[in-house]
Write a protein that binds this ligand. Structure first.
Ligand SMILES: *Cc1c(COP(=O)(O)O)cnc(C)c1O
Length: 389
């Protein structure tokens, strides 16, 4: 009989850590028969607010929903402008369009892959000098790329200078810190994701963290059909969505929170091993901003400049060798919708062009062994050395 290569031999890109406590937590909710947003969601919200250090945390069915209602809670609507980085998961820009507003993109820094501060300053200056756009700048959404926090002091300084609120897209950054402050606690609003590729998971899920009680209240109404949570009778005060998290997910989130610290430590250790393996090769990797602690939602290696046209080929070859890898994230202005709607072309965001063509996400999860990590890096280095590619 021919032995098929078993699934376990494949080095997986990502894998959530689900244990017996998680199973029990989910099972208890299912047995109880109370499945929709209830006590377990409320418990998760308290845990998140406590951990992040904000007065309020409001759970939703995804981080995309969290970002969407955050913009709505700031009154974002037709004609408004929101500044977002060019390199992120597509939601960061899509939610702006879902409010019928316009995303304006910044390029990124070549080392941290976060919003380029100089570009942000230039855009804010240009938009505020023009009387037709000055009043419409509704928000800045810095993204903490792959768990590495954006340059928050500079971003907050600009947000104060131009009086524009900041929504942190902290989807990948639960547990990341910047000058000892938690991701999601620095801007007016912070949004987190519990998708299975993020550090802890509820299957799908997200949360809005804020110190602002008016925003928290608005988000609670928007997630639940516009029902005013303060009113004794069921009163619908605005047209809302159904963006609620289930109690099954809430229970999983509570149980996952117990593993957050361990998971962050494991990822940091494994990232340090990759750093060592990559040193003195042709590869490089995402830099860590001084004074910040990276949450390593993902570990991003960069191919050498002369191999940047080979990214797709490298991903395919790695996969054939039993190693799952993927691109970094999305060059949003170069996707069909944004390119054709706003007429972007190559060269408009040169650093994003470069990073997006060179980034490769390496496997990172608790089951990954040091032997696996050596295999990942040596395989990638061997591919770079091949003259034919
Ligand atoms: C994952 C992610 C999102 C979306 O999160 P979902 O919970 O999947 O909706 C938004 N922004 C960034 C930067 C992400 O990585």
């Amino acid at each position: 009989m021919v032995q098929k290569k078993s699934k376990s031999q494949v080095i997986r890109l990502a894998q959530p850590l689900i244990d017996e406590c998680d199973n029990q937590a989910i099972s208890d909710v299912i047995q109880s028969g109370y499945l929709v947003q209830g006590k377990k969601v409320a418990e998760l919200e308290m845990k998140i607010a406590d951990y992040v250090g904000t007065k309020h945390a409001v759970a939703l069915n995804s981080c995309t929903s969290a970002l969407h209602v955050s913009l709505l809670s700031l009154g974002c609507g037709p004609g408004d402008i929101v500044i977002v980085p060019a390199y992120s998961w597509i939601s960061t820009a899509n939610v702006v369009c879902l409010c019928n507003a316009k995303p304006v993109f910044t390029d990124i820094s070549p080392d941290t892959f976060n919003m380029d501060i100089h570009h942000l300053a230039k855009i804010l200056q240009q938009l505020s000098q023009n009387s037709s756009t000055a009043k419409n700048i509704k928000a800045i959404i810095p993204v903490h790329a792959f768990g590495q926090m954006a340059h928050m002091s500079e971003i907050i300084a600009l947000s104060e200078e131009y009086n524009v609120p900041v929504i942190e897209d902290a989807a990948c950054a639960l547990g990341a810190t910047y000058e000892n402050r938690q991701a999601g606690s620095i801007g007016e609003i912070g949004c987190f994701s519990f998708h299975p590729r993020k550090t802890i998971t509820t299957g799908e899920g997200g949360v809005v963290a804020t110190n602002n009680p008016v925003i928290a209240q608005q988000v609670k109404m928007l997630r639940n059909h516009g029902i005013n949570p303060e009113s004794a009778n069921q009163d619908f005060v605005l047209p809302g969505y159904n963006y609620r998290m289930t109690d099954i997910q809430g229970a999983l989130g509570v149980s996952q929170m117990d593993k957050l610290h361990t998971l962050l430590e494991i990822k940091k250790q494994k990232a340090a091993i990759y750093d060592d393996l990559i040193a003195n090769t042709q590869l490089s990797h995402q830099g860590v901003y001084p004074g910040s602690s990276h949450a390593y939602q993902a570990y991003i290696a960069l191919l050498p400049e002369n191999k940047k046209n080979k990214q797709a080929h490298f991903l395919k070859s790695m996969n054939e060798k039993g190693i799952q890898t993927t691109i970094g994230t999305i060059h949003i202005p170069m996707t069909s919708y944004y390119r054709t709607t706003y007429g972007y072309s190559t060269g408009d965001f040169p650093v994003t062009d470069n990073v997006a063509s060179r980034a490769i996400t390496l496997p990172l999860h608790d089951k990954l062994t040091e032997k696996d990590q050596i295999k990942v890096v040596t395989t990638l280095v061997e591919l770079c050395d091949l003259k034919s590619v």
